[in-house]
Design a protein around this ligand. Structure first.
Ligand SMILES: NC(=O)c1ccc[n+]([C@@H]2O[C@H](COP(=O)([O-])OP(=O)(O)OC[C@H]3O[C@@H](n4cnc5c(N)ncnc54)[C@H](OP(=O)(O)O)[C@@H]3O)[C@@H](O)[C@H]2O)c1
Length: 304
């Protein structure tokens, strides 16, 4: 019933070549060793042939026995063999070494390129985490800075400085979660409210030094100053809008997102939630009904 699985080769061609060459090298050395042993036995045999068996007893060269010259000649061939194996070695010689080196260099270069590409992808997240750690942990962080937002499937959050939908349960959730806490917002979001929301401390961010805010509202000139102003609150919220969300993503610990399951035309959008930085920890679906024109889900994300 189940066909035999085709065996995949376990090693690549470069590794195979390396192994084959190593095997050839071993054979080459073995042959030299055998030659050496045969030489020793042969030399003893030649000496014995002459001195014991009296072969060529009367034959001498320059007054010396012939076996001496025979052994010297054989020794010359043996040394030539040694020279071939260890000095000129045809396998794993200079060309082979150069080839292997080139292969290794190419392999390393490919690896470096791969690491570079991966690093480029990771760099923004690393930088983001570093900013987060330096800014918050470095200041003995006590707060859980939470972004709260309602965004459509296409990340739309507002148009003409207004919200795009009215979802009463979403507003209830916003009120429950933010009740008694500091809420940080951009100047434009602040201006979209008819009046400050009750029982919350508003922190408004504007570059205008002389921007007028009602009594009790805190005006700051940067997001960092806003975060500093809320450091004694256990759970301050970033409530928008688009510009502030974009900058606050690097500092937040949590995102409370209401995902409206439709796409809308808009002029303000929520930034993409990167799954390599954020993990979803809660998800509750809400159907359409008399009070809710659109389906939506309450999602919670926490920094990994
Ligand atoms: N769906 C939701 O959950 C949600 C929530 C909130 C808001 N919204 C929508 O979002 C829209 C408003 O968002 P937006 O992006 O247009 O404006 P915004 O973020 O509310 O405010 C932008 C303003 O904040 C100030 N600002 C921004 N960055 C700053 C910095 N680094 N330092 C100092 N001041 C800084 C500037 O004020 P100055 O110009 O005074 O310098 C800037 O014009 C509206 O449509 C609103 O309804 C939607």
């Amino acid at each position: 019933m189940f066909g035999k699985k085709k065996q995949k080769p376990q090693i690549d061609t470069d590794q195979l070549e390396l192994i084959e060459n190593a095997q050839k090298r071993i054979k080459q050395k073995k042959r030299l060793y055998v030659h050496f042993v045969v030489f020793l036995i042969g030399a003893v045999f030649l000496i014995a042939a002459n001195t014991v068996l009296d072969i060529g007893k009367d034959f001498t060269l320059f007054g010396k026995e012939w076996f001496l010259f025979a052994i010297l000649l054989w020794l010359f061939f043996l040394l030539y063999h040694v020279f071939n194996v260890f000095i000129t070695h045809k396998f794993m010689g200079k060309d082979w070494e150069r080839n292997q080196l080139e292969k290794l260099v190419t392999l390393q270069q490919n690896r470096i390129e791969k690491i570079k590409t991966e690093l480029k992808k990771e760099a923004p997240h690393i930088a983001e985490s570093e900013v987060y750690n330096e800014t918050l942990n470095g200041k003995n962080k006590k707060s859980e800075l939470t972004i709260i937002v309602a965004a459509a499937e296409n990340d739309a959050i507002g148009k003409g400085n207004k919200l795009i939908w009215h979802l009463s349960d979403d507003l209830k959730r916003f009120k429950t979660l933010t009740n008694g806490h500091h809420i940080i917002m951009g100047r434009k979001t602040f201006e979209s409210f008819p009046k400050p929301l009750p029982n919350r401390t508003h922190v408004v961010i504007s570059r205008q030094q002389d921007y007028h805010v009602p009594h009790g509202v805190i005006l700051v000139n940067s997001l960092e100053a806003a975060i500093d102003a809320v450091k004694n609150d256990a759970q301050p919220f970033i409530i928008g809008g688009g510009e502030i969300y974009k900058q606050a993503m690097a500092f937040a610990d949590k995102i409370e997102l209401t995902r409206v399951h439709e796409s809308f035309e808009a002029d303000t959008f929520f930034p993409k939630i990167d799954p390599s930085v954020w993990k979803e920890t809660a998800n509750t679906f809400h159907t359409k009904d008399a009070n809710h024109e659109h389906e939506f889900s309450f999602l919670t994300y926490e920094r990994k």
